[in-house]
Design a protein. Structure first.
Length: 289
């Protein structure tokens, strides 16, 4: 009887790309195995059906559903919310894998499984970003389908579908960046509650207070600095203030906290996201687990 020789696979035989792919799959399996993930996704799916239900009651026979109506539906009216509804619920999925592991002391198990802190951190960022973009696309599709079905029932008319591609793409990019920001903040603070508070109070209060204090520094003219802060830039990325009628620009820009153009706001938000991601990595790689 001839013995079977099993080839040994060393860590050196696995390329960085393959190790990173396996780490992303590890994170994905981890997330799909959590009950909280499915609760959050079910809640988002239910809320995505809400615009269609409302449309049944507000639409009238022959009424037009314009491009702006559909864009507002897709973006979940971020101009009147300091944190978009979609980002608020996805925050749980982006902060949980980092904060829970650090608090419970199980991060070392992840590092051993995927081959180190560096691979683990960037896999968490990449997985979170991919999930955020996918959920944004799926929720937008569900919202449009539900509103479309309600419009058919009410015999309303759709106009301007071609104008939805760019706003949907901006939402996907914003959501992907938001998930990375959440992961980075959770890496900076070894706690489960504090990252959530920072990510909620930052857009609602802290950022505006910081902008106000900076603008009051004598001898330095930085009155417009608030428009370039991360959450304000993120909202300006979603809400194209420049395209609004003149009678709406001032009010909307005050709610958004920024009057930047979409390209400038997008560049600022991407820069803040990259800064936060590398700051989180610098701290995460020194964690003891």
């Amino acid at each position: 009887m001839t013995p079977t020789v099993t080839p040994t696979v060393r860590a050196d035989d696995v390329t960085r790309a393959e190790a990173f792919r396996r780490a992303c799959l590890f994170e994905l399996r981890h997330l799909t195995g959590l009950r909280s993930t499915w609760i959050v996704l079910t809640l988002i799916a239910a809320l995505s059906l809400y615009p269609g239900v409302v449309a049944l009651f507000v639409l009238h026979h022959g009424e037009k559903v314009t491009t702006n109506d559909l864009i507002s539906t897709i973006l979940w009216s971020p101009q009147i919310a300091q944190v978009s509804a979609l980002g608020f619920y996805l925050m749980v999925l982006a902060t949980g894998p980092v904060s829970t592991e650090l608090v419970r002391g199980t991060a070392r198990t992840t590092w051993l499984a995927v081959g180190g802190r560096t691979t683990a951190y960037w896999a968490k960022c990449a997985t979170s970003a991919a999930i955020g973009a996918f959920v944004a696309l799926a929720s937008s599709a569900v919202e449009l389908i539900s509103v479309g079905a309600a419009s058919l029932v009410r015999q309303a008319r759709f106009t301007g579908f071609t104008g939805l591609l760019v706003p949907s793409g901006r939402l996907m990019l914003w959501t992907a960046c938001w998930m990375v920001l959440c992961t980075a903040v959770a890496s900076l603070v070894r706690n489960r509650v504090v990252p959530i508070l920072v990510l909620c109070l930052g857009p609602l209060l802290a950022e505006r207070v910081i902008a106000l204090l900076i603008s009051q520094i004598p001898g330095i003219h930085l009155e417009g600095i608030g428009a370039w802060l991360p959450f304000a830039a993120g909202r300006a990325m979603l809400v194209d203030v420049a395209s609004l009628p003149e009678d709406q620009k001032l009010f909307t820009s005050a709610l958004v906290g920024s009057d930047l153009s979409v390209p400038a706001a997008t560049a600022a938000f991407l820069a803040w996201t990259a800064t936060a991601a590398f700051s989180g990595f610098a701290v995460y790689r020194r964690r003891t687990g």
